[in-house]
Ligand binder design. Sequence first.
Ligand SMILES: [Zn+2]
Length: 81
Amino acid sequence: MTVWARKGGRPGGGFFVGGLLGALGVFILVLAKPRQTEVESVARSRGLVPCPHCAESIKQQARVCRYCQRDVAAAAVGSPA
Ligand SMILES: [Zn+2]
């Protein structure tokens, strides 16, 4: 507190930094959300699809999910019955 006074800075400087950090947290949250969809689109372009059971990215051609070992052939590929 005395450092602010000595440098001739405003006493409200600490409060300003606190508000800035809070805004930064909101900013990071906003950034993180589109990033999730971005990751999904990148995975899709690589031939990966989200597992209908565990939502992990697996190959479109996969018959069994490598993460949860459940059958995903019918859901992912939509092969003729
Ligand atoms: Zn799975």
